[in-house]
Design a protein. Structure first.
Length: 276
């Protein structure tokens, strides 16, 4: 059903044209099965990826366009891996927040550098403008694809697992319930004491500051490209459809708006049934 709704964005007669701006590693693997299905429906798919991105490979189901970037892939992978490790280290809360902020901003700066190489590549941008795409499909965790969609005045579809600071829920205008949904890094359950409820509410108020700090390089890039002052939340709120790879078996239940569609399991391999 989610794929059918997504297809409704594209021209039904003769297939539509889709521009894909993927992330590396597992994010790309989650998108790939969707692109195969769209290609089989007759849609034309163009994917843009940096030269250092080796996860995105050429294939018969899409046309791959690469662009040069000033950073090395291994450097970016090492920074992202270090950031992920910090999420699981059992350090005092203040130390965890400080380390995460420092590394998140560094990773954001590296991704911004790669995104700037795309948006300022005059030859490639000229080619994309002439492509007359019907939609942009991207993972908004790195909002480069959405900035490109706004630059090209093309509607966008997001495929994601989640977003820091619940920015995806805010941008999609979903109600947030800090009263019982614990915030990241609190280690609380959904059965909180009064003190934990207070801590949860305080952390929610800090979320926007923390994400603004980490995503500041992207806000500066977007403001320059779009020729107006914008925040990441303002950039993301233009997303037409949110394909969220979530399942309430693993997530806390939450109210959502109609353009958020859960696609849990889309990236799971099809295995044979277990024997009795």
């Amino acid at each position: 059903a989610s794929v059918l709704l997504f297809l409704s964005l594209l021209r039904s007669a003769g297939g539509g044209k889709l521009l894909v701006v993927p992330m590396d590693e597992s994010h790309w693997l989650s998108l790939r099965s969707l692109l195969v299905a769209l290609s089989q429906k007759g849609h034309q798919i163009v994917t843009v990826a940096p030269e250092e991105n080796s996860s995105v490979e050429a294939s018969e189901y899409h046309t791959l366009k690469r662009y040069p970037v000033p950073l090395h892939r291994e450097e970016l992978r090492a920074r992202v891996r270090s950031l992920g490790n910090d999420l699981f280290e059992r350090k005092p809360f203040r130390e965890r927040i400080t380390a995460l902020l420092e590394k998140a901003q560094l990773v954001s700066s590296l991704h911004t550098s790669s995104c700037g190489s795309l948006l300022h590549n005059k030859g490639l941008m000229r080619h994309l403008r002439s492509g007359e795409f019907d939609a942009v499909l991207t993972d908004p965790l790195v909002p480069c694809g959405q900035i490109l969609a706004l630059r090209l005045s093309v509607p966008s579809v997001f495929s994601l697992r989640g977003f820091p600071c619940s920015s995806d829920l805010q941008a999609a205008q979903c109600p947030e319930l800090p009263s019982y949904v614990p915030r990241t890094l609190t280690d609380s359950s959904d059965h909180m004491t009064f003190i934990q409820h207070v801590e949860n509410s305080v952390l929610k108020s800090l979320d926007s500051f923390l994400c603004s700090f980490a995503y500041l390089p992207f806000e500066l890039l977007a403001s320059g490209v779009l020729h107006k002052q914008v925040t990441v939340k303002e950039v993301l709120c233009h997303g037409s459809i949110w394909l969220e790879r979530k399942d309430f078996v693993f997530e806390y239940p939450m109210p959502v708006v109609p353009n958020i569609i859960f696609t849990e399991g889309i990236n799971c391999g099809k295995k044979k049934p277990l024997s009795q």
